[in-house]
Design a protein around this ligand. Structure first.
Ligand SMILES: C[S@@+](CC[C@H](N)C(=O)[O-])C[C@H]1O[C@@H](n2cnc3c(N)ncnc32)[C@H](O)[C@@H]1O
Length: 283
């Protein structure tokens, strides 16, 4: 199994994520439209690619008073260790962490009432296979929630501009397809194609307000940043961070990045009857 999704600087990444709330507001939105602000059912939640727990911690806190539970899986042992620290400091007894490759979900059919993939599906090699697996482990009528930054967003625009300024060539669309699940319509189509019903898409935006240095340290070791960087000819790669900084400083000369970042949230339901949907993708 792959560990070290984030080889370098993981602690800084997670600290920035928590201090500046870069991911948690989107996770809050994803929960609001699925389990609800005040859930009235003791859901069994699976958080696929949970990372340090931006979604898991909130879900477990919401579900604790009514007996719901959260199973958080990730292929990175270090991510799970950081999540465990947070879990125990918050004394959340209803959250379990499991080291597991999401490409091979080791759960029975019909196990969970809600399955989330918050900003993780994009890192899987066979996305459709995983979405079918999400369907398999859900109970009939259960909900699948998938979040992604869309193709068009301010951060990707900065990275692409840096590639253009360094090479004088417009980057290919392929990069965005690697680092994003696409726009709402793409996520909705994928959910439908994988057997979900009542698929809807929600768009939500939050402000990222932080010193430029903090932003660059947050992103420079991130696989998304590294993907953009890897599309550069080798001779330009070491200048990528400096070029990104130059562009950001032009936009925000006072040294504080202030961007409204949009996220798309796909929501689908497992059909209540078997119908034409193959519940076991392995059969
Ligand atoms: C961008 S982080 C998202 C973490 C978290 N859901 C959040 O919103 O903060 C992506 C996560 O997916 C995990 N991941 C990537 N490939 C995986 C795999 N094959 N199985 C399980 N987790 C995986 C990474 O380890 C990482 O923690």
């Amino acid at each position: 199994m792959r560990d070290g999704w984030f080889d370098e600087n993981l602690e800084t990444f997670v600290k920035t994520m928590r201090d500046y709330k870069t991911m948690s507001p989107y996770c809050t939105d994803a929960m609001d439209i699925s389990i609800g602000v005040m859930p009235n059912r003791p859901h069994k939640v699976l958080d696929l690619g949970c990372g340090a727990g931006a979604l898991s911690i909130q879900a477990a806190s919401r579900l604790a008073p009514i007996g719901g539970s959260v199973t958080s899986i990730d292929s990175s042992r270090r991510m799970l260790e950081l999540l465990e620290l947070e879990r125990s400091s918050m004394k959340l007894e209803n959250l379990d962490t499991v080291l597991m490759d999401g490409e091979f979900l080791q759960f029975e059919h019909d196990t969970f009432t809600i399955v989330y993939s918050a900003f993780s599906l994009v890192f899987f090699s066979d996305r459709e296979k995983i979405v079918k697996e999400m369907l398999r482990v859900l109970t009939p009528g259960g909900k699948c929630v998938i979040t992604s930054f869309p193709y068009n967003n301010e951060v990707f625009n900065i990275f692409e501009e840096a590639i253009f300024r360094l090479t004088k060539i417009h980057p290919s669309e392929t990069i965005r397809q690697v680092v994003s699940l696409g726009d709402g319509i793409d996520i909705k189509r994928m959910m439908r194609d994988c057997g979900f019903t009542n698929a809807t898409v929600h768009t939500t935006s939050h402000q990222w307000l932080m010193p430029i240095d903090v932003f660059l340290n947050f992103f420079r070791f991130n696989p998304i940043f590294k993907t953009f960087q890897s599309y550069l000819p080798e001779c330009y790669q070491s200048n990528f961070v400096t070029m990104c900084r130059e562009i950001i400083e032009e936009i925000f000369p006072d040294g504080t990045l202030d961007l409204k970042i949009t996220c798309v949230i796909g929501l689908g339901e497992k059909p209540k009857t078997n119908g034409q949907v193959a519940l076991n993708p392995h059969s």
